[in-house]
Design a protein around this ligand. Sequence first.
Ligand SMILES: [Fe+2]
Length: 317
Amino acid sequence: MPAPQVDLPASGRADFGGRPLLASHDLHENELFSDAALVELLDSYPREHLYALTMGSDPGRTDGNQLALHDGVSGADLLRAVRSGRLWLNITGVDRVDARYRTLIDELYVQLVAQATRFAPLERHGTLLISSPDVLVYYHADAPASVLWHIRGRKRLRVYPALDERYVRHELLEDIFAGVSHEYLPYEPAYDQAAVVYDLVPGQWATWPQNAPHQVDNLDSVNVSLVTEHVTRESRRRAQLYRANRFLRLRLGLRNLSRRESGPMAIAKTAFHRLARRAGLDPVQLKQHVASLRVDPDAPGGVVALDPGRGAAGVVR
Ligand SMILES: [Fe+2]
């Protein structure tokens, strides 16, 4: 299979990851994302790494987001449920499970590194997303830095200013870095005035500053996208700093701590937090979703309610 082609415009090379960016690729021509390949992947995928979630249509109501069980549902039926329902399949760790996707993601990053100056990822991982027409992904921020490689269907991506208290409170970001909160954030329609909006078609990719809140609306078609997340020295330092600040705020009552990510104070705080964690002083309860539904391609919306008592908890990554 030929290496994927990634275009990074000259205007985005010096500050890759510093601002929202839209560019092109050719993954939409790759057989790994055909229906046949997706069915085969879903049939063989370790199901504990595959999450099916319903999605609502009101950006202010995240309770439309419910986890659905899918054991025993074939890959073809999962795709059928996505086509007719309001579902989102998160195929997590696709690079760890399948060497073909790992190779592909490695090749994408070789091309990004070759074109972006000062971009030096230490790690990268991928999640494949398959989602229904007209569903949305609520306003949220992710802890890692991400790239959205859009492959099939059309979707509208809105990206909001990063690290700006008007759009995400720093304490909420600390919880996201600590893994104790899912990433959804309080949303006001007025925020949209500050958003950069991209209507993505197959063959486009987008990236944005780490932690910038964003929201996605699928348009009229089934969507297939690959999301890659990467770690750099800078992103790792930010994660350590925000987790340290959270610990110092909750355990020692220290407020208004500096968010400077470098310098002696940042080093001291993160070193102190590391010691405290090793001593067991910062136990973290990961946020869990409890399944209340089951995927059924013949049911309206692609899901049916679970019998009471059949719920199963899972950490959605
Ligand atoms: Fe996201």
